[in-house]
Design a protein around this ligand. Structure first.
Ligand code: IVH
Length: 679
C-alpha cells in the first residue's frame, strides 16, 4: 500500500516527540506534558503504524506499548548464569593470580579486563537476527524470569542492534542498575508526591524490573552496562574480552567506560585502589571490582566450577549498608533551639567508618520509618553522606521495643518545648538555654565561620562545662587573666603547648572578614552565601544593624522571612552588646567597597546556574565573581534562569536548560564574560 507522505511525516514526528518526552521524563523532576497527553501520542503512533504497516523494531511504541502481564513466566537459561568468587583484601587477590599461573603451568604475567562491579540486577538479553527478542533475570542462575516487557522500556538498551550483518543469535549479559542521580530524582519526586521513599538504588532497580506493568518500570530511569556474552551463533567473535566490548559498543550496546585492561595482578590492584578512591564520584553505585582474564582461549582452558568461573574474581569493597540495633534515642538541642532526635546505635562498620549514632531529623521521620528503641535497622552510609537509618528490619526486631516519645521539656534547660513549622520542635528559652549556647559557640569557632584552629566541638564542651566560657566573646578572654594559660593547660588532653597554640589561633582569628563574622553570629537562616550577600550589599556592620526589613529584602536571596530573622537578631540588645564586646576584644575585618551604583551592576537581576566541572576557576570563586557582578546564583534550572554555565560532565541541568531553551555557555565564554564585565 502506498503510504501518503503526510502520514510518513507524521509518524516520524510522533516518534521524535515521544523519544524527546521519554528523555525529558527521565532527566527532569517534572515532565513537560501530563501522562494522558503522552499516552495519546503513543496511541496515535500505534494506530498509524498498524494501519499503514509502518511498524519497525526500533519504534518507541515497542518500548512502552506492551500490555501488563498477569504473572511472570519462568525460563531456563541455555547457558547457566554463573556467579563470582570473591576476595576482600589485596593479598587474596594477589593469590588469585598465583593459582591461575599454577593451573596454567606458566608464571608469565596475564592480561586482565578490570571492571567496576556495578550494584544492580544481573540480566540476559537475547538478540535474534539483531532484534531484541527476550530479556530475563538471572534468577538462581539456571532458571530466571521473563522480563522482556520491562527491559524494552530502558532507553539505553537497543531494540535493534546497529549492525549490517547481525549474528543469528547472541545473548548479552550485564547489569541493569539505577544511577545515583536517577535515584535521587526519584526520591525527590516521591517526597513531593508524599509517596514511599526508596531505600537504595539496587532495590529500586530490582523492584522496577519486577513490575507486571511496563509503564511502572518506565517511570524509573534504569540503565544497563553489558559485561559478557552467553550463547552465540553466527559470525565469529573476537578472541579478547576487551575487543568484544568494543564490538558490542559499536553495535549500540551500553558498555561501562570505566572498564580497562591491565597486565599483571599488581596493575589490577592499582585499578581497584583507584576505583575505590573514585567510588563517591562515580555516577552509579558499585560494590567492588571484577578482574577477568582477557583472553578467551585462556578462559576456556581454566574453565569453571559448578557455580563460578575460575578465570574471574570479584574484589569486594566495604559495604555501604549494614544492619545494627537502635540502643536508645536521645534528643539534642541545636544552635537555634531545634530539638533533634538522635539514634544511639550498636557500633557498626559501614561505608568505611564506624557509626555509633545517627540523626533521625524529626518526629515525622521516626513515624515514617515506624521506628522504636530496640529495633534492628539497616544503616546506610554511601560516599560522604551522613549515615542514615533507611529501614527497620521487621522480622528481626524484638518484642520489648520501646516507643520513642518527644520529651515534655527541653532536655538541656527544662524550658517548654514549642512547635516550629510543620515538623520541627524547639526549646523556647533562646540563648539562655545552655545547649543553645554551646552550639552557637561551636558554630562561631568552626572552619567556615571564624576558623579558630584547635577550638573544636569537644573543647567547646569542655570549656563550657568548666564554666570558662559562656558566650562567644569569652573565647577572646581565655588565658588573659592572672592565671594565664594555666587553667587552660590543666584541662583534660590539653597541656602547655596546646594551650599556647590555642591562644595563638584565637588571636589570629581576630583578623577576619565581614562575611565570616556575619555568618559566625549564627543568625537564623543566614548561611555563608547570605552573609556574603549582606556584606557586599551594605559594606559595613553598622549599616546592616540599622537596615529595616524593607531594605533587607532588596538584598538578593533575602525574602520576608529571612529579613525578619535578621531584624529579630539585631533588635535584641544582648546580641548588640555581644558584637560590641567582640569588637572591644579586637575582632576586625577590612572594609568592603560597595559599588555606589549597586542596583546598576552589570548582571543585576540575572540568575545564573553553574553545572559540571569548571577547570580554570574553583566553583566558589565563580560564584563569588557572579554575585559581585550582581547576579543571583541558583542551584537548579528553571524558567527564571537566564544563563547556565556548563563545564564537562554537566548532566540533567544541561538537558533541562536545553529543553527550556535557556542560554548555555562553556567555561571559556564564561571567563570572557567575567573579563568583559569586570573592566
Ligand atoms: S561477571 C561469569 N562482571 O556480580 C561471570 N558480574 O557476584 C559472571 N556484576 O551476578 C558475572 N558487575 O550481577 C560480572 N562487571 C561485572 C559485573 C558483575 C556486576 C554482578 C552480576 C553477578 C554478580 C556476581
Amino acid at each position: 500500500m502506498a503510504v501518503p507522505d503526510k502520514i510518513t511525516q507524521e509518524v516520524s514526528e510522533l516518534r521524535a516527540q515521544i523519544e524527546t518526552h521519554n528523555r525529558l521524563y527521565h532527566s527532569l523532576d517534572s515532565p513537560e506534558i501530563p501522562d494522558a497527553d503522552y499516552d495519546a501520542l503513543v496511541a496515535r503512533l500505534e494506530l498509524l503504524e498498524d494501519q499503514y504497516d509502518l511498524l519497525i523494531p526500533s519504534s518507541p511504541t515497542q518500548r512502552i506499548g506492551a500490555e501488563a502481564l498477569s504473572q511472570f513466566t519462568q525460563l531456563t537459561h541455555a547457558m547457566p548464569m554463573l556467579s563470582l568468587d570473591k576476595v576482600s583484601n589485596e593479598k587474596d587477590l594477589a593469590d588469585f593470580e598465583l593459582r591461575l599461573q599454577k593451573r596454567l603451568g606458566d608464571d608469565g604475567e596475564l592480561e586482565y579486563s578490570c571492571e567496576p562491579k556495578v550494584d544492580g540486577v544481573a540480566v540476559s538479553l537475547l538478540y535474534r537476527g539483531g532484534v531484541l527478542q527476550r530479556g530475563a533475570t538471572r534468577g538462581d542462575g539456571v532458571t530466571g524470569e521473563d522480563i522482556t516487557h520491562n527491559v524494552k522500556t530502558i532507553p539505553s538498551i537497543p531494540l535493534q542492534l546497529e549492525v549490517e550483518v547481525a549474528p543469528a543469535l547472541i545473548e548479552i549479559r550485564g547489569e541493569i542498575f539505577l544511577g545515583k542521580r536517577g535515584f535521587a530524582r526519584l526520591n525527590r519526586r516521591a517526597e513531593k508526591e508524599g509517596s514511599k521513599i526508596f531505600v537504595n538504588p539496587r532495590n529500586t532497580a530490582a523492584g522496577a524490573l519486577r513490575q507486571l506493568d511496563p509503564r511502572h518500570t518506565a517511570r524509573v530511569p534504569l540503565q544497563m552496562y553489558c559485561y559478557g556474552v552467553g550463547v552465540f551463533e553466527g559470525h565469529a567473535l573476537p578472541d579478547q574480552l576487551s575487543e568484544i566490548f568494543e564490538l558490542l559498543a559499536s553495535w549500540g550496546l551500553p558498555v561501562n567506560p570505566d572498564i580497562g585492561t591491565r597486565v599483571g595482578i599488581e596493575a589490577c590492584l592499582t585499578y581497584c585502589r583507584e576505583l575505590l578512591a573514585r567510588r563517591n564520584s562515580l555516577a552509579y553505585e558499585i560494590d567492588g571490582a571484577v578482574i577477568k582474564i582477557n583472553d578467551l582461549a585462556i578462559q576456556r582452558r581454566l574453565g569453571s566450577n559448578a557455580r563460578t568461573p575460575r578465570w574471574a574474581m570479584a574484589f569486594k569493597f566495604p559495604a555501604e549498608e549494614k544492619t545494627t540495633r537502635v540502643l536508645d534515642v536521645e534528643f539534642q538541642v541545636g544552635r537555634t533551639g531545634t530539638i533533634t532526635p538522635v539514634a544511639r546505635l550498636e557500633p557498626v562498620f559501614v561505608g568505611g567508618v564506624t557509626v555509633s549514632n545517627t540523626t533521625l531529623h524529626n518526629m515525622d521521620e521516626i513515624e515514617r520509618l515506624g521506628l522504636s528503641i530496640g529495633d534492628t535497622v539497616i544503616v546506610r552510609r554511601a560516599g560522604d553522606v551522613i549515615p542514615k537509618i533507611v529501614k527497620v528490619v521487621r522480622s528481626r526486631s524484638r518484642k520489648n521495643r520501646k516507643k520513642i516519645r518527644l520529651p515534655e521539656a527541653c532536655p538541656a534547660c527544662g524550658s517548654a518545648i514549642e512547635k516550629d513549622g510543620e515538623v520541627l520542635y524547639k526549646c523556647s528559652a533562646g540563648i539562655i538555654c545552655p545547649a543553645q549556647r554551646k552550639e552557637s559557640i561551636k558554630h562561631f569557632a568552626s572552619r567556615t565561620a571564624m576558623d579558630i584552629d584547635g577550638l573544636g566541638d569537644k573543647l567547646v564542651e569542655q570549656l563550657a562545662d568548666a564554666g570558662m566560657i559562656e558566650n562567644v566573646a569569652d573565647i577572646f578572654a581565655l588565658g588573659r587573666d592572672a592565671l594565664g594559660t594555666e587553667q587552660l593547660a590543666s584541662l583534660e588532653r590539653m597541656g602547655n603547648k596546646s594551650a599556647e597554640n590555642l591562644i595563638a589561633a584565637i588571636d589570629k582569628s581576630k583578623q577576619t572578614t565581614l562575611p565570616r563574622f556575619l555568618f559566625a553570629l549564627g543568625i537564623r537562616e543566614v548561611g555563608a552565601a547570605t552573609a556574603q550577600q549582606l556584606a557586599m550589599h551594605y559594606g559595613d556592620m553598622a549599616q546592616i544593624i540599622a537596615a529595616d526589613a524593607q531594605s533587607l529584602e532588596r538584598v538578593p536571596d533575602i525574602g520576608p522571612i529571612v529579613a525578619g530573622h535578621i531584624r529579630t537578631f539585631f533588635e535584641n540588645q544582648e546580641n548588640l552588646a555581644l558584637i560590641k564586646s567582640l569588637q572591644d576584644h579586637g575582632v576586625r575585618w577590612p572594609e568592603i567597597e560597595v559599588d555606589a551604583n549597586f542596583q546598576d551592576r552589570p548582571l543585576q537581576g540575572k540568575t545564573y546556574v553553574l553545572t559540571g566541572t569548571l577547570q580554570q576557576m574553583p566553583r566558589d570563586e565563580a560564584k563569588r565573581r557572579l554575585l559581585a557582578l550582581g547576579a543571583k546564583v541558583a542551584g537548579s534550572v528553571s524558567k527564571n534562569t537566564d544563563c547556565v554555565v556548563a563545564g564537562p560532565g554537566a548532566g540533567s541541568k544541561l538537558v533541562k536548560a536545553e529543553a527550556l531553551a535557556i542560554k548555555v555557555i562553556d567555561e571559556g565564554e564564561f571567563l570572557a564574560l567575567l573579563d568583559a564585565l569586570s573592566q
